[in-house]
Design a protein around this ligand. Structure first.
Ligand code: COA
Length: 389
């Protein structure tokens, strides 16, 4: 029986399926973490427009906002930073697990495994009290960049660079990957990307973390599952696919024709479209500005020229707009990161949103257990194998 089998005797009862495929448009719970407003192309994190946060805050302040519902004052930020920095080291066993993974495994698989291992190491794994969950959320925020950077180095056959405690999360990540920190503007562009990627309401991976949490499973299991969901090219994996596509096009003067051909072949073009935003993604103008800054710093306009041509054709022909992954892809490439690390960087950012949602779900939980409409074979009796033809 094929997977798309439908019982010929099935009488469709569409009114029974009262949600659209892919849960489109379904509001399944309340949340105070963030709001996506497609009518105004806006996104707020706990009331603050994401563009304002990106321009005026550093990523750590936004992480604090996710967990504490308010932006920190100087003393609160200092205390938060010192807790986060104190957790940056990972154990030699966890490092060993990352190093032991097959050389060719995708870095998303490495970070998923690393986070899972982190859960094995935490003796408080079953303690989901708000205070302990907060502490674990900060642990994840601190340790995930170390795991990603370790994997980055190992995959290049280089030695691990331990984290430094006197650097911001963004500076420290550059330090751990490259052994040096780039110009302030590059660090700012990276930090902005983390802020923009931090949270986006009930997207597929966040919903996944909430489903896992709703079973009273632990924060590490939920985050591991979230990473699995984010890996897919229809979700976080799109930022990598955008750069592969741009490299495939190679020449900005060929971008227009490439897009026309792609549309003629009904090809899904990565970095375009969104389930919620239909008139443009609120985060794109800010990320595009910083991608352009990267192009200016690197004195390489190729990718942004390609960006403009691809966007122009897609908007003219299909009225489909770029999403955040479209400017983030070339921005990370110009920062010098290997393409398959773009989505793990997204993980570093989205860990804040995921863990804020995990804590929200845990604080007012009911197991998430929807229904399905059965369209399979009618009831029948089992014949012993000897009687089956
Ligand atoms: N390229 C070409 N056409 C696209 C498109 C894209 N990136 N995104 C949507 N469309 C078209 C679909 O083909 C469909 O056309 P049709 O009605 O003629 O069949 C229509 O727009 C609606 O798209 P649909 O796939 O039903 O939207 P969705 O809400 O289910 O999916 C995405 C949303 C994000 C998964 C989808 O736009 C997509 O796959 N984008 C590319 C991957 C990506 O960038 N993901 C990151 C999201 S932040």
């Amino acid at each position: 029986m094929s997977q798309d089998y439908v019982n010929p005797d099935y009488v469709p009862e569409p009114e029974k399926v009262n949600t659209k495929k892919g849960l489109e448009g379904a509001v399944i719970d309340t949340s105070s973490v963030s709001k996506v407003n497609p009518d105004t192309n806006s996104l707020i994190y706990r009331g603050y427009p994401v563009q304002d946060l990106a321009e005026n805050c550093q990523f750590e302040e936004v992480a604090y906002l996710m967990y504490k519902n308010e932006l920190p004052n100087k003393a609160q930020l200092k205390e938060f930073e010192s807790l986060e920095r104190s957790y940056r080291d990972i154990t030699k066993e966890n490092l060993g697990v990352i190093k032991a993974l097959p050389q060719k495994c995708h870095p998303m698989d490495s970070v998923r495994t690393g986070v899972s291992f982190l859960g094995c190491e935490d003796e408080r794994v079953w303690d989901a009290s708000p205070a302990t969950n907060y502490d674990k959320a900060v642990r994840l925020l601190a340790k995930i960049p170390t795991m990603v950077a370790a994997d980055y180095r190992f995959k290049k056959g280089l030695d691990f660079i331990p984290p430094k405690k006197d650097l911001s999360i963004s500076e420290n990540f550059f330090h751990m990957c490259f052994g040096q920190i780039p110009e302030k503007e590059v660090v700012k562009a990276f930090d902005v990307s983390l802020i923009l990627y931090a949270e986006h309401s009930f997207n597929a991976s966040t919903f996944t973390t909430r489903v896992v949490t709703s079973t009273e499973s632990d924060i590490y299991s939920a985050t591991t599952a979230g990473i699995g969901a984010l890996k897919g090219p229809l979700h976080g994996g799109a930022n990598e696919m955008v750069m592969h596509m741009m490299l495939e096009i190679a020449d900005p003067t060929k971008a227009e024709q490439w897009m026309l051909d792609a549309l003629a072949k009904k090809r899904k073009v990565m970095g375009f479209g969104h389930r919620v935003y239909k008139k443009g993604d609120s985060r794109v103008p800010t990320m595009k500005k910083y991608a352009q800054k990267m192009a200016d710093i690197k004195n390489d306009q190729k990718w942004m020229q390609m960006y403009e041509s691809l966007e122009k054709v897609m908007v003219e022909k299909k009225k489909i707009y770029p999403n955040l992954d479209f400017p983030a892809g070339p921005a990370y490439y110009m920062m010098g990161f290997e393409i398959d690390f773009f989505t793990p960087i997204f993980v570093m950012a989205r860990t804040t949103g995921w863990t804020a949602h995990i804590m929200e779900q845990a604080s007012s939980n009911r197991i998430i257990r929807p229904l399905s409409e059965y369209i399979g074979a009618g009831q029948r009796s089992v014949q012993p194998i000897s009687e089956r033809g």
